[in-house]
Design a protein around this ligand. Structure first.
Ligand code: ADP
Ligand code: MG
Length: 394
């Protein structure tokens, strides 16, 4: 059975442990540089406060590799949160132990505490039994609202869950699961996927799963370079994952056999390096030796827009080029705008850089769903069961 939501659980006077994703970028001075992830969990936290819960928040931040490191402290997060909630937020000085226990025990109804960075102990990522049990001892109710880590089986996302009888998802997690579910199973057709960015290895699982579900797959970014190279196009010194050429060839062959349309760039924007102030548009038949492809060209963007114009469902992950640099942003911005113009289609964007690109294009309000999870959204759409969600099903 599907997981319960926090709205269905009795919270009054109970210690409600909420696993949040407060893995936010920090400024060099140690402030929160982008609080999106904190803001996105506010509805869940506020709901718990209003229901009279004793709120215990827990998150990881960065990669402190199992040791307490001050530069990865959740202190700036706790300060931001206190400001946003307009109430005290007590930060325990450790994720688990006597200090953490005391902070939790001292909570009053409607009070908020946050444990120190979960990854200050190796038990978190190791999904250690003892650490899981200790975390569970702080919880009468367990809520997971950390979609971004739902694909990881850690102590705070999986290990502790079996020791807490009352459990469910927060509003953010619930929305992610409901919206991303629209892309698996019975989708509104045609289903078009646009995959760009880098790292064929990270995305090949998704690409293969799309072969049996999508009507068209449009490729861009460095991803497309590898596929163009696999088709024999000389790519100059473009970023190409040569070790992934066999996988790319196999994918193209399977797509052809299965009748899935693969749209590869027909033109490219090339330059000597990504710092160049201008790029040159060339047909995607041969990139000169001293040049590299940093964006798809205008004809490619127009072709993708035309495929999109008929779509019923669209999923986009990975920019079409080095969109951070103005001369190579046009392809990515054009795709974002084409997606935002669709009426009646379900449009979903996932992946840190792709989401940033959608905001940069100024079209976020016209996208059906912008996923907060990078790896987690890719695995969900690939059809994998996320351990963090599976643990909550009863
Ligand atoms: P996401 O975070 O949305 O999953 P990725 O991390 O896979 O996306 O890819 C984003 C990165 O890919 C960006 O930093 C962008 O500069 C880079 N990129 C896209 N196209 C190219 C290209 N042709 N050459 C080099 N880098 C590229
Ligand atoms: Mg990225």
């Amino acid at each position: 059975m599907a997981a319960k939501t926090i709205a269905e659980l009795d919270l009054q006077g109970r210690r409600v442990f909420i696993r949040v994703d407060f893995n936010v970028p920090l400024t060099p001075a140690g402030g929160v540089s982008d609080a999106t992830r904190i803001r996105e969990s506010l509805p869940t936290i506020t709901h718990a406060i209003e229901r009279g819960a004793r709120v215990v928040l827990a998150s990881h931040l960065g990669r402190p590799k199992g040791r307490a490191k001050p530069e990865f402290s959740l202190l700036p997060v706790a300060a931001y949160l206190a400001e946003a909630l307009g109430r005290d937020v007590v930060l325990a000085d450790e994720p688990a132990g006597d200090g953490a226990k005391k902070v939790v025990n001292d909570l009053r109804d409607g009070g908020v505490a946050i444990l120190e960075n979960l990854r200050f102990t190796p038990g978190e990522e190791a999904n250690d039994e003892n650490f899981s049990r200790t975390l569970a001892s702080y919880a009468d109710v367990y809520i997971n609202d950390a979609f971004g880590t739902a694909h990881r089986a850690h102590a705070s996302t999986v290990g502790m869950v079996k020791y807490v009888s009352s459990k469910g998802v927060g509003f953010l997690m619930d929305r992610e699961a409901k919206m991303l579910s629209k892309l698996i199973g019975d989708v509104q057709r045609p289903f078009v996927a646009i995959i760009g960015g880098v790292k064929v290895a990270d995305k090949i699982g998704l690409l293969e799963s799309l072969l049996s579900r999508a009507d068209a797959v449009c490729l861009g970014g460095a991803m497309a370079n590898t596929f163009l190279c696999a088709k024999g196009v000389p790519m100059g010194h473009s970023m190409v994952e040569t070790s992934k050429l066999p996988i790319a060839r196999a994918f193209l062959a399977k797509a052809e056999a299965g009748g899935v349309r693969v749209v590869l760039p027909r033109d490219l924007v090339v330059a000597t390096d990504a710092k160049s102030l201008t790029g040159t548009v060339i047909p995607a038949t041969s990139v000169p030796d001293d040049q590299a492809a940093f964006d798809i060209g205008p004809d490619s963007a127009a072709e993708i827009a035309s495929v999109l114009s008929r779509a019923g469902t669209v999923f986009w992950n990975g920019p079409m080029g080095v969109f951070e640099a103005q001369p190579f942003a046009a392809g990515t911005i054009a795709v974002a705008k084409a997606m935002a113009q669709l009426m009646g289609a379900t449009t979903v964007v996932g992946g840190g850089d792709s989401v940033a690109a959608v905001h940069r294009a100024g079209v976020a309000a016209n996208i059906t769903h912008i996923s907060t999870g990078g790896g987690a959204s890719l695995e969900f759409i690939e059809g994998k069961k996320l351990p963090g969600l599976a643990a909550l099903e009863s």
